[in-house]
Every structure is written in structure tokens, then in C-alpha cells.
Design a binder for this molecule. Sequence first.
Ligand SMILES: O=C[C@H](O)COP(=O)(O)O
Ligand SMILES: CC(=O)C(=O)O
Length: 212
Amino acid sequence: MGRLKRSGVVAGFAVDQVEHAVPTAEALLAAGIDAIELTLRTDVALDAVKAIADGLPDILLGVGTILTPEQLVQVKEAGAHFGVSPGMNPRVVQAAVEHGLPFAPGICTPSDLEAAIELGCRFVKFFPAEASGGVNYLKSMAAPYRHLGIQYFPLGGLNAGNMKDYLELDNVPTIGGSWIVEKGLVESGDWNGLSARAAEVREMINKGACNV
Ligand SMILES: O=C[C@H](O)COP(=O)(O)O
Ligand SMILES: CC(=O)C(=O)O
């Protein structure tokens, strides 16, 4: 949680080619974004996790779209530092506890949140954030659980224009999204372009545009 809070932003992406994984993460790192969420949405995702874990020890390596306990074990063995999922699957949360992988399940209703709390989670992914009602919805949903110290990691529809509204909340240590890693830049191998794009986000956060 300390490193996630220091970063303030987690760059989400999937890779279609394993060769794109390390250069993408390197371009982010060069721009000062050291926290990523690599999603398990392609055939090469697990190899991509291994490549980043082996090649870039300075990256805080999160893995997303963990939908089964088996995947949880695989990503832990591949070197992930933390995991997230779109939804609240108790079997996946239990596997994370059993295998010692910090894990934030996705929640978007009070019932999801209570299920996560019951399993011991105090850091949850709020997904899909914007489509569910955004900051106002989060404030309202979080209110009855504030005394429990729950921290939220919003994703889904975030971008440079709305990220600060979330980061201003004291129960949001970091935000994330896929808008930073533009697919076209990755596909064309424009790593400088990707770094420049990431650096703009880094600068906005550093400048205090966001209260982290
Ligand atoms: O976990 C990753 C989410 O799909 C991010 O949502 P987004 O693509 O709207 O930024
Ligand atoms: C969307 C999301 O939360 C995930 O892919 O992990």
C-alpha cells in the first residue's frame, strides 16, 4: 500500500505480443510511473508477467483480470507483487490469502464491499468507477464503512481529466486506468512517445494537481 500511495497512479495494460511487455513497462518507469497492472486478457499475459518480473525489479508489478484461484497461483509464481480482479470472487480472495499475494477484489456495490470486508479485505478495487457513478457514488457507498478504514482503488473510465477528483478523496491512495498506455504507441514501438505521455500524467500528480 505504501508504494501504491507514493505512485498515485497505476498504468493498466494488456499485451498481444510478449516482446512488448518489458519495453512498455520500461517506458513507464522512465517517466516515473513505477506501478502497473498487466491484465490477464491475452494468451501471452503470463509470459509477459514473468518477463517484467525477471527484467524490471523496480516495477511494482500488479496483475489484473485474475478470475480463478488457479490464475492467482500462476501469477504469484510468475512474480506478481499484487493482484486485482474486476469482481468479488471469494475463492480468488481466499487463494490470495493462502498464497500470500496482496489482493484487491473488484467491488461496485455495498453488498460486494461487505463480502470483501468479511474476507478481511481493507483495500478494494472500485470497478467500473465512472460507469457506476464516479466520485459521488463512491463517497455515498463508502460512508457506512468509513470507520473500518477501507481504502479504494478506482478504475474504469478514469483519465487525466477526472483522476484528480478521485485522488482528492482521503480514502483513495491511488487510481488506475488503461488510458496512459495507448495501444497505437505500443503497436508502433513508439516507446519515447509512450514515456512522454506517461510523463505528463506523472507531472500532473507531482505538481499537486492531485492530493496524494
Ligand atoms: O483493470 C483495468 C480496467 O479495465 C481499466 O479500465 P479502463 O480501461 O476504463 O481504464
Ligand atoms: C477490470 C479489472 O478490474 C481487471 O481486469 O482486473
